[in-house]
Design a protein. Structure first.
Length: 847
């Protein structure tokens, strides 16, 4: 599963932390009660820590699923599914006369044993979560049996809780089922992970179960259906309905079951004779190949790396409206959030869903073919899927893009200090949903990157091949991963796995160097400064450059303080610790800017340049710092060019640099660089730029057009308002959307309310635009006097506040309650608009 929280919500949090610096200073007596309420809340959460002593065991296998046959039809009026299921099972080892199935919030009509054509009723007890069935006799591990259950699945009756990764746990979702919302298509989709398939199909809803399946689905003829495996038969039922039969001949876990039904165009590709298909809403049909078209290439690449052919009979991708997560790797049928659907103008900036497509595809091996044996071990699914993003970018866009993807994920993990307290393999957790976090994904992915570097590329992929082959159609765990790596490399890897998989945290290091001329040596000290009561074992590569020549050394840091002496006939040009930039640590390194300039010039990887360019930003007056930035602006990788553009001091810019910046704004192949160049021009703020900005507001890229309109606003706000009003009739996305809305709310009158409110309502809660638009929208509400409009606006913000996943609410709620609603409340009170102030008060938390 790819939960948006792992990238987009993290960005919200980073943004909000930034905003909070401002808010805390402003905290006045008026906010005090809310603060107390929040502290009280966090204290009560802290008090409930019984889970810390509850070991989460892998599910005991009493009966094993073998085959699942489902016959289902859908009641759109009631958002229910009428189901009949035939489950074939077998005792795992010990004989048993009992079968316990997960079946949540169902209306159970009949439970029977099936033998040939005969059905005999079985006694059962149902507690709304599990079905306890008394079998007709005691079965041994050599005997299989089939039970039949007739039931109605009622997903809206199930009150499970979601998590940071998934917002809900209903299992099956009816979107706009009766067609009352004219803006939204009618769809059905399912989300099984973690244990929600059992809301719509009785099963043993555990990852260590595997079953083949056949689904007979009666669907409206006007829609298409998608499920796991192959579509083997379609029968027109002549009554406006059709029966679609989907068959999976290879076993997989119940949480990977999938059903999707709706009006989609189906675009077909193929790979080695297998069907690769893209289910897309018709409005985006023309863009399908631009969005999903790299899928066959990705399969070829992953196959070649893993030495394991794509295991399944086909691969389809579909999107679902109001999806509760980012994307989900159902076997052969990945479900994406509808944010995957980008229009032609959005795609001018590149496909922002490419990494997610790679992530879900890699799960078809790591997750679906070999499945984590328990939620405690989820990292053997998620760290691999996460790391596949790095692998794919490295392959498809070059080493710099791979390294940048790797760095971004590391930064996301480090941005959340509380995550440093969690073990990667976690046998103690409050809720199984909690393991879907920056540790299991991003930290786990970076640990794999270290492991790859430590054992070498060939051994790394050989070990992955062994892990997959040894555990295929079965389960994996961190222990099994360790055994595969040890078998391939012949090395004892306990130290690595104990430190990184079965423990928590990461090292903080202080790196210092000193040249000793008498001894012709350079001393490098590495001090581990983490407050955590443990010292990490770290293999470290160090490059020492003397008189232009690179000397490479391999050392180990195993103590709080380690000192290393390296020969150096003169003071070194650069000492590059962790020269391949693979270690998962936070470093505090002191070395002169001249060494960074040397490092930039002789860089062997992206991070060498990235670190040097960032360091240079604070040394712009120093010739070495300026030299780095002047070189960085011409770098082959867009991130480095952007750092340079964001570093320049607009006052000190010379005309030569100015020309380079204008050229980048005009022609850079990467939209984000053009955006940064326009921002840089905007800071210089010359009246002569106006013609450029007016031209670029019509650029095909929403990002470039938005930056240009924002820059134009600085020079000529009346003109910017006129353009924003013209644009407000068009479809707008990304930065152009937020800039237009911001300008309209800032300078426009109340007539712009409908545009801004509708726009805000339409934005996906997973988009960062919605977050960015919240503050300008609040400013508009301060100006709004019409109570109906005002109430509508407040409701829209409340809806957004409350849709953010629970795990983030403790951080996001204060932003909405103190800053957004706090500002509106204060303004309305000051203006004496008591009625409107009261509307705000009702949405604030009760004390
Ligand atoms: Zn995933």
């Amino acid at each position: 599963m790819l939960s948006h929280p792992n990238f987009m919500f993290t960005n919200y949090i980073i943004n909000m932390k930034h905003l909070f610096i401002g808010i805390c200073i402003l905290c006045s007596a008026m906010f005090l009660p809310f603060n107390q309420a929040i502290y009280a809340q966090s204290n009560s959460t802290a008090a409930d820590s019984s889970w810390k002593n509850t070991y989460r065991a892998t599910a005991t296998k009493i009966n094993n699923l073998k085959h699942t046959k489902l016959v289902a039809s859908f009641n759109y009026q009631k958002s229910q599914m009428n189901g009949e299921v035939w489950l074939t099972l077998q005792p795992h080892f010990y004989p048993t006369n009992q079968l316990v199935l997960d079946a949540k919030a169902m209306d159970i009509k009949e439970v029977a044993l099936v033998r040939g054509n005969m059905k005999s009723v079985l006694a059962y007890r149902y507690d709304s979560l599990q079905l306890h069935i008394n079998l007709d006799k005691t079965y041994t591990a050599k005997e299989s049996y089939t039970v039949y259950i007739k039931y109605i699945a009622r997903p809206n009756e199930y009150k499970g809780v979601g998590s940071e990764a998934i917002r809900d746990a209903k299992g099956m979702y009816f979107i706009n089922p009766t067609g009352t919302d004219k803006e939204k298509p009618t769809q059905i989709w399912t989300q099984g992970e973690t244990e929600s398939s059992s809301v719509w199909i009785p099963t043993i809803d555990k990852t260590n179960q595997k079953t083949t399946q056949e689904f007979y689905l009666t669907v409206p003829s006007k829609y298409v259906s998608l499920s796991n495996g192959l579509l083997v038969k379609q029968t027109d039922l002549k009554n406006g309905f059709r029966e679609d039969v989907w068959k999976m001949d290879l076993p997989h876990s119940p949480y990977l079951f999938f059903i999707g039904i709706g009006d989609y165009a189906v675009i077909k590709d193929s790979y080695k004779g297998k069907e690769i298909s893209y289910y897309i809403e018709r409005a985006y049909e023309k863009e399908a190949r631009k969005i999903y078209g790299n899928t066959p290439k990705m399969i070829a690449f992953f196959e070649s790396k893993l030495g394991v052919p794509f295991p399944w009979s086909k691969y389809a991708q579909i999107s679902g409206r109001d999806f509760v997560s980012g994307a989900m790797e159902n076997t052969t049928a990945t479900l994406h959030s509808d944010a995957v659907q980008q229009d032609a103008r959005e795609l001018v900036d590149g496909n922002n869903w490419e990494s997610t497509i790679a992530h879900e595809l890699f799960h078809q091996w790591f997750g679906d073919y070999v499945t984590a044996e328990s939620w405690s071990n989820i990292t053997v699914n998620e760290s691999f899927a996460d790391y596949s993003q790095t692998l794919w970018f490295e392959h498809s866009q070059g080493k710099d893009a791979g390294a940048y993807e790797n760095y971004t994920a590391l930064r996301n993990y480090l941005s959340s200090p509380t995550d440093a307290e969690k073990d990667l393999v976690r046998f103690f957790y409050k809720d199984k949903e909690d393991v879907f976090d920056l540790v299991s994904y991003q930290k786990g992915g970076r640990i794999l990157n270290m492991l790859r570097h430590f054992v070498g590329d060939e051994a790394f992929f050989a070990a992955l091949n062994k892990y997959l082959t040894d555990n295929k159609f079965s389960n994996g765990s961190a222990i099994k991963l360790k055994l595969a790596f040890e078998a391939v490399t012949g090395k004892d890897l306990n130290w690595f796995f104990n430190q990184w998989y079965f423990s928590n945290g990461h090292p903080y290091v202080r790196i210092q160097q000193q040249y000793i001329p008498d001894q012709k040596k350079v001393l490098v000290t590495i001090q581990q400064t983490q407050t955590q009561n443990k010292v990490f074992t770290l293999p470290i590569g160090i490059d020492v450059y003397v008189e232009g020549k690179r000397n490479h050394y391999e050392v180990w840091s195993k103590n709080r303080l380690d000192s290393f002496y390296f020969p150096a006939s003169t003071a070194p040009d650069n000492v590059n610790v962790d020269n391949d930039k693979v270690l998962l640590w936070v470093k505090d390194e002191s070395k002169p800017i001249e060494q960074y300039a040397f490092q930039f010039k002789h860089a062997r990887n992206f991070m060498d340049r990235f670190e040097a360019a960032n360091e240079a930003g604070t040394y712009l007056k120093h010739p070495a710092g300026k030299a780095i930035i002047d070189a960085a602006i011409k770098d082959s990788f867009h991130v480095i060019r952007s750092i340079a553009l964001n570093s320049y001091n607009p006052i000190a810019i010379d005309s030569f640099m100015e020309q380079i910046i204008i050229r980048l704004a005009e022609k850079d192949p990467v939209s984000s660089v053009r955006e940064d160049a326009i921002n840089a021009m905007s800071k210089i703020n010359k009246k002569t730029y106006q013609a450029y900005f007016e031209n670029w507001v019509n650029d095909a890229s929403y990002t470039v057009a938005g930056a240009a309109l924002s820059a134009l606003e600085q020079l000529d706000s009346a003109k910017a308002l006129r353009i924003a009003k013209q644009f407000s009739n068009q479809t707008l996305k990304k930065r152009l959307n937020t800039v237009v809305a911001t300008i309209l709310t800032k300078y426009g009158d109340q007539e712009v309310f409908d545009f801004v409110a509708n726009n805000y309502a339409k934005l996906n809660i997973q988009s960062s635009e919605k977050f960015e638009l919240t503050a300008p929208f609040a400013q508009l509400l301060i100006k709004t006097k019409d109570p109906l409009k005002f109430k509508k606006g407040i409701d829209l913000i409340v809806e957004f506040r409350d849709a953010i996943p629970q795990g983030y609410r403790s951080q996001t709620d204060p932003y909405f309650n103190f800053k957004i609603f706090g500002d509106i409340l204060k303004a309305k009170k000051q203006n004496g608009e008591t009625e409107l102030a009261n509307i705000v008060s009702t949405v604030l938390p009760k004390i």
